[in-house]
Every structure is written in structure tokens, then in C-alpha cells.
Design a binder for this molecule. Sequence first.
Ligand code: SIN
Ligand code: FE2
Length: 217
Amino acid sequence: MTTADLFRDLSDRPAPVRLGDGAWLLPRFACDRAEALLAALDGVLRQAPLRHMQTPGGHTMTVAMSCCGERGWHSDAAGYRYTTFDPHCGRRWPPMPAVFVELAVAAAATAGYPGFVPDSCLINRYGADAKLSPHQDRDERDLSHPIVSLSLGLPARFRFGGPRRRDRLLRTDLEHGDVVVWGGASRLAYHGVLPLAGGRHPSTGDCRYNLSFRRAG
Ligand code: SIN
Ligand code: FE2
């Protein structure tokens, strides 16, 4: 790739959209490496298959999940927590592919969080009936690190609010290759995902993936 190509790629990306104080949507940020990200995801999911976790309240999550990196997130009757081993098989979570780390580092730096390096990637797969009620991501040890969230496949109807449950939730559609980064004053913003509108995506078929990169430990 020549320097001219590089600048054309960068200028083709739509400008970042501010979702809140310290929270940015980077439209199509990952489009140029989406196929490499999906190929790496496939490798991870062979080692740590998707599963429907139990909530502490005894419900089965509609979103299918897995993880990679030094730490993975797990939920069961005992609560939410990060673990270094996959409770499903007793082995370490698969290592985080380099293409994941590079994407997360670049997106965080673009959104104003230079120096962010993830040690955990949560993988969510949304099929027709999956949704995620508004919640805060608060199981990470040091909340000065942002969350970097990548969408692949079918569009999501994403909701993003403020640090109090009663704060109004904005609705924004997240497309294939979009990245949302939230930290600082928005680190504990409530967010959720409405059920998919349906359809088929050329790269993922009838589902959507979300990869969220965190510094958990
Ligand atoms: C999450 O909150 O963990 C996932 C958000 C998303 O799927 O966009
Ligand atoms: Fe979340």
C-alpha cells in the first residue's frame, strides 16, 4: 500500500461521532480489516466455543458468549467475574489474536485513549432472539481504561446513556466495522442492545458479533 492509498483510506472514513463525554463512535473504523478479524474470530471460537451463560438471577442469557485474552468474563449463579481459565473446559482462554489487539489499540488512541492495551476480549453473538438489557461494564479492576467495542455483521440497534440508570438512552445503529469507545466520564454509561432487525449479512449470515476489548486486570 502506498502513502497515497493510506491517506485515501483514512479520509474515506466518516468523522467520529460524539456519543457522550469521552464516548465516540468511529464509523467503519474496522472495515478494511473486517475479514481478517472474522477469520481470527473463527480460530478463537474453535478453541473456546460460544455458550449461553447463566445470570446470577438464574436466567439464561440470550446472547451467546466466549472470550479470549489473559482474562475472560464469566457469569453463573455465583455472580459476574473475570477468570484466567475458561470454566467450560478448564483451559486458559485462547490468546488474543494480534489483529484484535492492533485494532483495539488504534481505535482507543483515535478516541483519545493512547496507551490502552486490552488484556481481555468478550465475544457476543446475537442471533434473532438475542438482546442485552441496559447495564454498566463495571467488573474491570481499573475503570480509568476505556471499553473498545467492535461491531461485525448485521446492524445493531445500540442504546447508550449516562452513568445513572435513569439517564436517557440515545439510540444509534451500529454497522459492520463500526467501533464505539467509551471511557472517562462515560466509562460507567448504561448501554444495551435491542433485538436484531433481521436480514442477512454477506460476512456473518443471520447474526451480529460484538467484540469488546477491556483492560480487566
Ligand atoms: C456489551 O455491552 O457487552 C455489548 C454491546 C454490543 O453488543 O454492542
Ligand atoms: Fe456492556
